[in-house]
Design a protein around this ligand. Structure first.
Ligand SMILES: [Zn+2]
Length: 222
């Protein structure tokens, strides 16, 4: 029986079909029209067991969204790993920054943001260089990288070769960073998202879809 495997609530309501809803907040809810018997509803749920279990596991695997705190000792994501930031060497932080114990949150936030921008630019330039070498066969026009905090995009590419990358990308795994860089490099040849562009992208980086999905997924979490 499904009830041995999964907890679910069953409620009768005005509707035409049985609906199964899985959410992080309320677990598994089954809504049943008045004309369907309880046994029928349970049978329906049993048939959908695999789907329900998959959904429940998906929710279990997603941690609550990480909201960064700006105080010494707080953790922030760097290339997919949560790292501690502190001004005090004795606290053995992952990242040591200049500062004092009395720094207000706003100053700590600024120091962390500065560190991100510097480190991001350094890594992005290195990865950009790496991919330009990897993709020599594409005969890409010359380009360079700048970083900026962007609201809605991971990157952009101008016809003059200027590639702008979102500083926030530095929070995510290297493969995600690489995917965005390769994406922008492909725009140097195709200034659109046509099938031709995506064919180029797949030639340049056959695994790009996987990392693109991961980035979208992780961006919901931190
Ligand atoms: Zn694009």
């Amino acid at each position: 029986m499904i009830s041995d495997a999964i907890d679910y609530s069953l409620t009768y309501c005005r509707r035409k079909t049985i609906g199964i809803y899985v959410s992080a907040e309320r677990g598994v809810e089954v809504r049943v029209p008045y004309f369907v018997s309880r046994a029928e509803a349970e049978r329906f749920v049993a048939e959908k067991q695999d789907w329900i279990l998959r959904k429940v596991q998906e929710f279990a695997a997603v941690p609550a969204r990480h909201e960064p705190q700006f105080q010494w000792g707080s953790r922030h994501y760097v290339l997919g790993e949560a790292q501690s930031f502190h001004h005090d060497e004795d606290s053995q932080p992952d990242i040591l920054l200049p500062g004092t114990a009395s720094d207000p949150a706003s100053r700590i936030e600024t120091r962390i943001a500065t560190w991100y921008r510097q480190e991001a630019l350094c890594l992005f330039e290195e990865r950009h260089q790496h991919w330009c070498e990897q993709l020599q066969w594409m005969q890409l026009p010359k380009s360079w990288v700048e970083v900026r905090v962007m609201r809605r995009r991971w990157g952009s590419c101008r016809r003059n070769g200027k590639i702008t990358l979102n500083t926030a990308l530095f929070k995510y795994p290297l493969e995600c960073v690489d995917t965005v860089i390769v994406h922008e490099l492909c725009h140097l040849l195709e200034f659109n998202h046509s099938p031709k562009f995506y064919r180029l992208m797949t030639q340049a980086m056959p695994t790009w879809k996987k990392w693109d999905r991961l980035l979208t997924d992780l961006a919901q979490r931190y």
